[in-house]
Design a protein around this ligand. Structure first.
Ligand code: EPZ
Length: 432
C-alpha cells in the first residue's frame, strides 16, 4: 500500500507546469478507433486513468508507441472489436467512450458498465438515448455489459439531453461523426474538453460545429484520417494548485494554461481574498497566510459555472474562512465523503444531501486520513499542507488517477511531501 507523508504548515512558492487535461485525453484516446491511420497524441498526461485506457486499446489490438513521456502514436488498423476486458473497464468511468467509438467504427460495441469515483448513482441513460436516436439498439445484460448494435448503420438525428452530461455529449459525438446525415445534440455540455474532442475529430476530417455551446451539429463524413494533436491543459489540475496556494499562503504560478478555462475558479479565489494575476498562458495566486480567507458561498454547475471537480478543494478553503460558508453540489448526489476526513483535522462542517455548511476555523490539525476519491484526495493533500505537523494520507491510488507527478510538482514549490510504499510490511521511502 502507498501513502503520502506530509509535513505541513509552510507557505508555497514557485511555478507548476500544468499537464494535459485528463478528461480530454480520456475522450480523445478511444476516438482513434474512428480512423485506420496513425494518430499522434501529444501533451498526454502520465496518469493511471490514461495508462488504463491505453491498456484497453492495446488489448483490442491497437498498436501503441510512446514517443516520449507525454506523446504516443496509435494505430488501430488491425484492432478487433473484441469485448472489452471487464476488470480494466470497471476501473475507469471513461471506458464508456469506447461504446460510441466502437459503434462508430464497427457498428457494434460490447463494453462493461463503467466504474469510476463513487459519488452516488452515475447512470448512462443519456448516452443510451443518444445511441438509440442514431438507430442503435442498446441493452444491458445481467452481468452489467452494455451491448449496442446498429445493424443498418448509424443515421444522424436530433437528441435533446435531459441532463447536461459531459459524457453523453462526447459519446454521442463519437458515434455521430461517421453516421449518415446530420446529428444535432441539444442541451449539450460545454466543457473545454468537449471542445478539445471536437477539435481532435475535426483535425481527423470530421465536420463538427458548435462545440462549446449547448447546440452541437455533427455532419457525418465517409472516413477519418490520422493526425497529430496536442491536448489542452488541465484546468482542474491548474485550479487545484491555485486553490492550494490560496490555502497555504505564498505565491504560486501555474504555467502552460488557458486562463479563460479557469475563470470561474479564479473568480472565487479572488472573492476569498487571494490576489490573482493573469498572463497569456499562466495564472499566479498570491496570499499571505497571516490574513484570514473571506467566507463565501459556492455552487457547482456545468461549465462555464463553478466546476464540481473543484468542490472538495474548496471545502478545504471554506474550512479555513472567517465565518460561515455554504457549499452546494449541483451535479452529484453524494460528493461530500471527504468532509468526514476533514473533520478529523479539525474542520467544523455539517452536510445535508447536496449542501455542506462550513464554520471556518483558524487552523487545521494533522491527522491520518484516507482519500475516498480523486478530487477528495487532492483536497486532503491541500489540508495536510496547511496543517502544521505530520499528516498521513492513505489510498493515494485515487490521486494518481488524475494528477501527473504530483509529489514532484509539490516539492518543487516547497511542499514537504513524500510517497511511501509498504510492500510486505516494510517502510520504503521514495520522494518521486
Ligand atoms: C465527467 O463525468 C468527468 N469525468 C467528471 O470528472 C466530472 O465530474 C463530470 O464530467 C462533470 O463535469 C470524465 O470526463 C471521465 P456527467 P461524467 O455525465 O461524464 C448525470 C474527475 O474528477 N447523468 O456530466 O460521468 C450524472 O449522474 C471526474 O475528473 C445522468 O443522469 O459526468 C451527474 O449527476 C469526476 N445520465 C450529471 O448528469 C447520464 O446518462 C453530470 O454527469 C449521464 C449523466
Amino acid at each position: 500500500m502507498e501513502q503520502y507523508i506530509i509535513n505541513g504548515g509552510c507557505e508555497l512558492h514557485g511555478s507548476v507546469p500544468i499537464s494535459g487535461a485528463k478528461n480530454a485525453a480520456l475522450g480523445i484516446l478511444p476516438a482513434v478507433f474512428l480512423c485506420q491511420d496513425t494518430c499522434r497524441i501529444e501533451n498526454l498526461p502520465q496518469i493511471s486513468d490514461v495508462h488504463n485506457m491505453l491498456d484497453i486499446l492495446s488489448s483490442m489490438g491497437a498498436h501503441i508507441r510512446y514517443l516520449n513521456k507525454n506523446a504516443v502514436e496509435i494505430n488501430t488498423a488491425h484492432a478487433q472489436n473484441l469485448p472489452t476486458p471487464y476488470e480494466m473497464v470497471r476501473r475507469l468511468r471513461a471506458s464508456y467512450y469506447l461504446i460510441g467509438a466502437l459503434l462508430g467504427r464497427f457498428g457494434k460495441a460490447e463494453v462493461a458498465l463503467p466504474g469510476g469515483c463513487d459519488f452516488g448513482f452515475r447512470p448512462i441513460d443519456q448516452h443510451i438515448k443518444g445511441f438509440e436516436a442514431l438507430g442503435a439498439t442498446v441493452q444491458i445484460t445481467e452481468g452489467g455489459i452494455v451491448q449496442a448494435e446498429a445493424k443498418e448503420g448509424l443515421v444522424g438525428d436530433s437528441v435533446y439531453l435531459d441532463v447536461v452530461s459531459v459524457g453523453a455529449t462526447m459519446n454521442i459525438m463519437l458515434a455521430a461523426v461517421l453516421a449518415k446525415g446530420q446529428t444535432v445534440i441539444e442541451n449539450a455540455a460545454r466543457e473545454p474538453h468537449i471542445v478539445d474532442l471536437a477539435n481532435f475529430l475535426n483535425t481527423m476530417g470530421a465536420d463538427i460545429t458548435g462545440a462549446g455551446t449547448d447546440v452541437i451539429k455533427i455532419r457525418g463524413v465517409e472516413r477519418l484520417r490520422g493526425c497529430t494533436y496536442s491536448i489542452i491543459p488541465d484546468q482542474i489540475e491548474a485550479g487545484t494548485y491555485l486553490a492550494l496556494a490560496t490555502a497555504t499562503g505564498g505565491e504560486v504560478t501555474v504555467t502552460g494554461v488557458i486562463p479563460k478555462h479557469l475563470e470561474s475558479i479564479t473568480a472565487k479565489l479572488s472573492e476569498m481574498g487571494a490576489e490573482v494575476i493573469e498572463e497569456d498562458d499562466s495564472v499566479t495566486v498570491r496570499r499571505s497566510k497571516n490574513e484570514r480567507l473571506h467566507r463565501i458561498n459556492v455552487k457547482t454547475q456545468p461549465y462555464p459555472g463553478f466546476p464540481t471537480d473543484m468542490q472538495p478543494q474548496f471545502g478545504v478553503l471554506l474550512s479555513l474562512a472567517d465565518g460561515t460558508s455554504i457549499l452546494t453540489e449541483g451535479i452529484y448526489d453524494n460528493r461530500f465523503k471527504y468532509v468526514n476526513e476533514l473533520r478529523r483535522m479539525g474542520a467544523v462542517a455539517t452536510v445535508d444531501g447536496r449542501i455542506a455548511v462550513f464554520e471556518g476555523v483558524e487552523h487545521l490539525s494533522p491527522a491520518p486520513v484516507r482519500a475516498p476519491d480523486l478530487r477528495a484526495g487532492a483536497a486532503l493533500i491541500m489540508a495536510g499542507l496547511v496543517a502544521e505537523g505530520i499528516t498521513v494520507i492513505d489510498e493515494v491510488r485515487y490521486v494518481e488517477r488524475g494528477y501527473e507527478d504530483i509529489v514532484k510538482k509539490l516539492r518543487a514549490i516547497g511542499a514537504d511531501i513524500r510517497l511511501v510504499s509498504h510492500p510486505d510490511g516494510e517502510m520504503l521511502e521514495r520522494a518521486n
